[in-house]
Design a protein around this ligand. Structure first.
Ligand SMILES: [Zn+2]
Length: 290
């Protein structure tokens, strides 16, 4: 099974979004007020070549994100994109010889705008999203929460990817995405309430396609909760579950915005969770910020 990391342009957010500052409402407000931008970060979508067809995990960012609604404070003050049309997922996959009809399914880890942005490039694919995530992202309430439902492709009707109560390692709910069980969606709530991740078992290692469960591997290892997760406790528990999983078997950890993810995938570098017990979130944050 081959997995491709597709970089769909770059994004900047505030430092206090990468590493949450404070708690509760103050933490959620910080990214709007923070003057300090992050580095430009990649936005990865991951394409998994499986004999049942290609599964694309997240459709990435789109060039349309260069123009965001100005009425929304998050879009106005807290995020910037740099995405060219040829950087969208569909043309990049085509360049790899993967046509849009080869992509059987697009699985969305969540529906933030840089994860469902390239959907219009896959009109023939079945799109799967968690039912709770779809509810959160829809309608006026979704728009107020910073989703862009008005930009979903015409007739957009994702299939509900309801995770079953069947645990997969430390993850309480899961669902197979292929008949052979080598690709599985697991519940990783935190960054959004219904966020999911996709685990690809390629025989030698588990490729953990983490979406925004954490922004990078260091944050996962250190248990750093971001500045936008609605439920800090759920986010921290998910990061602990990922560490437990990575301690139980060789795991290549691949979040959407980790500048080092493509290199780790290429070099098959596994997470060293077992030897890096979670430092207190504060300490980890200081080192990252230092
Ligand atoms: Zn997100």
């Amino acid at each position: 099974m081959r997995v491709h990391a597709i970089e769909t342009g770059r994004v900047q957010v505030k430092r206090s979004q990468l590493v949450g500052r404070g708690h509760g409402f103050a933490r959620r407000l910080a990214p709007l007020l923070d003057a300090e931008w992050s580095d430009w970060l990649p936005t990865y979508a991951y394409a998994v070549e499986h004999r049942e067809g290609v599964i694309l995990v997240d459709s990435g960012a789109s060039a349309g994100l260069m123009r965001l609604p100005r009425w929304h404070p998050y879009f106005r003050f807290a995020v910037r994109f740099a995405v060219e049309p040829e950087q969208e997922a569909a043309p990049q996959l085509a360049a790899l010889g993967i046509g849009r009809k080869d992509v059987r399914r697009v699985v969305l880890t969540h529906m933030h705008i840089d994860h469902d942005g390239g959907l219009s490039g896959f009109p023939d694919s079945e799109v799967l999203a968690a039912p709770g995530e779809l509810r959160t992202a829809s309608g006026l309430a979704g728009r107020l929460r910073g989703y862009l439902p008005e930009r979903w492709p015409k007739g957009f009707d994702p299939k509900p990817l309801a995770l079953e109560g069947r645990p997969y390692g430390p993850f309480a709910r899961s669902r197979r995405l292929t008949a052979d069980g080598t690709i599985v969606a697991v519940a990783t709530p935190g960054h959004t309430a219904d966020h999911l991740s996709v685990i690809v078992d390629d025989g030698d290692a588990a490729l953990f396609l983490a979406g925004d469960a954490s922004y990078d591997e260091a944050a996962m290892l250190a248990g750093i909760v971001d500045g936008v997760a609605p439920d800090e406790g759920a986010a921290a528990a998910t990061l602990a579950a990922i560490r437990a999983f990575a301690a139980s078997r060789p795991t290549i950890y691949l979040p959407a915005h980790d500048p080092d993810a493509a290199r780790r995938l290429k070099e098959r570098q596994t997470a060293t969770a077992a030897s890096s017990p979670a430092q207190a979130g504060e300490g980890g944050a200081e080192r990252r910020m230092g």
